[in-house]
Design a binder for this molecule. Structure first.
Ligand SMILES: Nc1ncnc2c1ncn2[C@@H]1O[C@H](COP(=O)(O)OP(=O)(O)OP(=O)(O)O)[C@@H](O)[C@H]1O
Ligand SMILES: [Mg+2]
Length: 52
C-alpha cells in the first residue's frame, strides 16, 4: 500500500490536477485508489463527481 501526498503552501499550482491524473493512472494499472481532497474548498470532485 502506498500513500502519496501532494502538498504545497502555494495555491493554484496543480496539486488537485496532479492528484486527479496520478490516481487515474494508478487505477488504470489495476491499483485500488482512494483519493481524499482535504481542502476546505475541495475541487477534486469536479474531475470525478461524487454520485452519492
Ligand atoms: N499542466 C497544466 N497546464 C495548464 N493548466 C493547468 C495545468 N495543471 C493545472 N492547470 C490549471 O491550473 C488551475 C489550478 O490547478 P489546480 O486546481 O490543480 O491547482 P491547486 O494547486 O489544486 O489549486 P488550489 O491551491 O486552489 O487547491 C486549474 O484551472 C487547472 O486546470
Ligand atoms: Mg486544489
Amino acid at each position: 500500500m502506498y500513500a502519496i501526498s501532494i502538498v504545497s503552501t502555494k495555491g493554484g499550482i496543480s496539486k488537485t490536477t496532479t492528484a486527479a491524473n496520478l490516481g487515474g493512472i494508478c487505477a488504470n494499472e489495476q491499483m485500488r485508489v482512494l483519493r481524499i481532497d482535504a481542502d476546505p474548498q475541495p475541487s477534486l470532485p469536479k474531475y470525478y463527481p461524487l454520485t452519492y
